[in-house]
Ligand binder design. Sequence first.
Ligand code: DQA
Length: 146
Amino acid sequence: MKILVMNGPNLNMLGIREPDKYGRETYDDLLIKIRSYCKERGIEVDFYQSNHEGALVDRIQQAYFDNTDAIVINPGAYTHTSIALLDAVKSVMIPTAEVHISNVKEREDFRQISYIRAACCFTVMGHGTDGYLEAIDYLHETIGEK
Ligand code: DQA
């Protein structure tokens, strides 16, 4: 099974950015944690982070052509604004899980909308970076070994 873990804008600033909300783990720490989690389970994992909406759309489309089985995405602020990311996930028909490190439900009104959620089979929020692992478990269990 091949999973793509995607992160949107400002998630490369993990560990520096608002640690009270997002914790002290850095983006590199996150990659190390996910890589070893996937290795233990025999899952192939690829990572992508961009601060640019179109680049994220491009990478989702690429996932279709490189036979990615599942996507884990934290779209950052594009969660609340991007119909383009929603359409991209719908276009590729790859099972996709939405992750938020913070509990967006308890935050500002403008964070209450998630456009991409309509195309996602699983959402996790407020579990810190462990949410990525939960999303991987969900996809691994539902899609199974490939
Ligand atoms: C976030 C929540 C978003 O509202 C915010 O814009 C982010 C990170 C999270 O992981 O909690 O960049 O997706």
